[in-house]
Design a protein around this ligand. Structure first.
Ligand code: BTN
Length: 306
């Protein structure tokens, strides 16, 4: 209902009467008024006058009804501890495939390798819960698919030269704007859930604490719509997930990677490797040429370009 009301107000642009709204939607004027009042309480700038209602300013809200194609499977929290925690809880309670948890801000945003992910207002923080019918070993390829979709979305929407740093970070002009964390619950041969969490710096400024990071606002010099970005990503990623081409995804991802041919340092939970990143194999592992010219296959870790 709220989504429908907003859609009409947006299309109309001008003042529209409660009666017209109630005729279009097929509910009473009182019901319309109650929903409008709730939307106003939530922060929507809707003016109510004796002659009707008008949306004065469209704001970048992330409520579930702002994503009509995914509304039923979206859980939005203005502030959460971490969307990863909520997602795992929902997954264990058997939520459907492609359920999405969004937070306006996170108090305990998690990064890879137990780091913290700064999650102030203005950024985009979400986790998608997937139930792919593939063996656990193939799941990293889904992560590559997700980072590929996001990089393509950012390129198409903003003309940014968005590149992927192995395995799934997105960088623009050498600065990180997005990171991905994935968690899995699986049996030996079957995945129960694969939760992909993405943090994207949109209208926030992470540079005070993370000098090597940036945000869309800093790069483009203007505010960007988190809602538009998330809509584009959910559409493209859901579409890709309908029939994920796990044979070609790494080759596609390689078209956008900025890691190959770079001198890198890889930090894992218990080791550090340095060398030239010569390739990424068909499983998504990084092939690192060490000082002694041998090739080391690295399956996970944090990658620093040097
Ligand atoms: C990294 O680059 O270290 C990964 C960062 C992942 C951050 C996202 S924000 C949404 C989801 N919830 C979290 O707590 N972390 C991920």
């Amino acid at each position: 209902m709220k989504g429908k009301i907003l859609e009409i107000l947006r299309k109309e642009g001008d003042l529209i009467s409660g009666e017209t709204l109630s005729n279009i939607i097929g509910v009473s004027r009182v019901a319309i008024w109650k929903h409008i009042r709730r939307l106003q309480e939530l922060g929507y700038s809707i003016e109510s006058r004796p002659k009707g209602y008008q949306l004065k300013k469209d704001m970048d809200f992330l409520f579930s009804w702002e994503f009509p194609d995914h509304q039923k499977k979206i859980h939005y929290f203005p502030k959460a501890s971490s969307t990863m925690e909520i997602a795992m809880d929902l997954a264990r309670k058997k939520c459907p495939d492609f359920t999405v948890v969004i937070a306006g801000a996170q108090k305990k945003g998690r990064g890879r390798l137990k780091r913290v992910w700064l999650s102030e207002q203005g950024g985009l923080y979400f986790t998608v819960i997937l139930r792919p019918k593939i063996p656990p070993a193939l799941c990293p390829k889904i992560n590559f698919g997700a980072s590929l979709c996001l990089a393509q979305n950012l390129r198409e929407m903003y003309g940014l030269d968005a590149g992927v740093k192995w395995p799934n970070d997105i960088l623009v002009q050498g600065k990180k704007i997005s990171g991905m964390l994935s968690q899995m619950d699986a049996e030996v041969d079957q995945v129960n859930c694969l939760n992909i969490g993405i943090g994207l710096n949109v209208n926030n400024d992470p540079t005070a604490k993370e000098p090597n990071a940036s945000s869309l606002k800093i790069l483009l010099g203007r505010q960007c719509s988190r809602k538009r970005i998330l809509t584009a990503f959910l559409n493209s990623f859901e579409n890709w997930m309908k029939d994920p081409d796990l044979e070609t995804v790494i080759d596609e991802w390689k078209k956008y990677t900025i890691t190959i041919n770079q001198r890198v340092k890889i930090i894992t939970t218990n080791s550090v490797f340095e060398g030239i990143a010569v390739d990424v194999d068909h499983n998504g592992a990084l092939l690192l040429q060490l000082e002694n010219k041998t090739i080391k296959t690295v399956t996970f870790g944090d990658c620093f370009h040097q």
